[in-house]
Design a protein around this ligand. Structure first.
Ligand code: Q46
Ligand code: ZN
Ligand code: ZN
Length: 315
């Protein structure tokens, strides 16, 4: 297989795009594609300051690398969730995020859940769920809350996350199985700012996971190979497996599924839901927007921790 651009030996073959490229041209192609999607969906401009949420994984570190190479003003945000299961997942992912920042001379902002809010994800799971359930819905809530809050507090215009096409297609598949209207409405490459909510963008949403892995490896980015220990057996991994079967038989199926959804949205398929965000009001405790009556879900969770975790209270 030969590189379409220069005829040298190809390093990556993308059946879905009928395109093979050598290392050099692949490392140019991915940032070029990302820039194209940033412009196409009006994500941000070079005049704006961007905060990238980094987990230490291949997608978020590669996104940070790509935006930096494209000349955007971009800092990183690492949230220390305190997941000590497995290989000491959080400690290792933090080490890799810090290493990337130092090597590139970039600024990484850190939030440590244990220090700032009195309990880590692991502690909270042990205290309240006795290890029975996965903490992912709680963890997702915590991450969304902190990302929005820090982006606003530090004065960034936009928050970028490393969701790739496989993440988006799996989420879309799950939401479609349930016809979850509100979630479908919110699933888009750009979620515009709203009162109390920052703009959120997913510049890698049209790039396959396999393409991101190839980018990180060819670029020599050191990232955490292990998934979070709680990700094992999750529905999203199951859906990704199903979609990979489909993709294997019909290259391009994942991309078509996602792009057809975006087109259907554009043509007004979900327009009757368009007033969802108007039901938000500020949380009386922290001021962040919430649709819950009374305190927001994050503040309610913190109250729960304080009620159950005497150790945390004494800190
Ligand atoms: S970090 Fe958190 Fe994920 Fe781990 S606990 Fe679940 S949600 S799996 S992306
Ligand atoms: Zn080439
Ligand atoms: Zn609150």
């Amino acid at each position: 297989m030969k590189c379409r651009t220069c005829g040298a030996k190809a390093a990556v073959n993308m059946r879905q795009h009928k395109l093979a490229l050598c290392k050099e041209h692949y490392l140019e192609w991915i940032p070029g594609q990302t820039e194209r999607f940033i412009k196409k969906y009006g994500m941000f401009t070079h005049a704006e300051r961007i905060l990238v949420a980094v987990s230490g994984g291949k997608d978020s570190l590669s996104l940070w690398d790509i935006l930096w190479r494209l000349g955007y003003q971009v800092d990183g945000l690492y949230i220390g969730l305190g997941i000590d299961e497995g290989i000491g997942y959080s400690a290792e992912s933090q080490r890799l995020a810090e290493r990337f920042a130092v090597m590139h001379g970039l600024r990484l902002h850190m939030v440590d859940l244990g220090n700032e809010y009195g309990a880590t994800i692991s502690e909270f799971t042990r205290l309240t769920q006795r290890g029975k359930n996965k903490p992912c819905s709680l963890c997702g809530l915590v991450k969304r809350y902190i990302m929005n809050r820090i982006t606003r507090d530090l004065g960034f215009e936009v928050l970028a996350t490393g969701h790739n096409l496989d993440d988006e297609a799996a989420a879309l598949f799950g939401n479609t199985l349930k016809w979850a209207g509100e979630y479908l409405l919110r699933q888009r490459p750009v979620l515009p700012e709203a009162p109390g909510l920052v703009r959120k963008v997913k510049p890698l949403c049209r790039i396959y996971e396999r393409e991101m892995t190839a980018y990180a490896l060819l670029r020599g980015i050191e990232y955490i190979y292990d998934e979070c220990p709680f990700a094992l057996g999750s529905t999203s991994i199951y859906y990704k497996g199903l979609l990979n079967h489909l993709e294997n038989d019909r290259p391009g199926a994942k991309l078509t599924f996602y792009l057809s959804f975006l087109e259907a949205r554009e043509s007004g398929l979900f327009s009757e839901h368009s007033d969802v965000q108007q039901s938000l009001h500020p949380c009386p405790n922290c001021g962040q927007p919430t649709s819950a009556p009374g305190l927001c879900s994050f503040c309610r969770m913190i109250e729960r921790i304080r009620g159950t975790n005497n150790y945390a209270l004494s800190r």
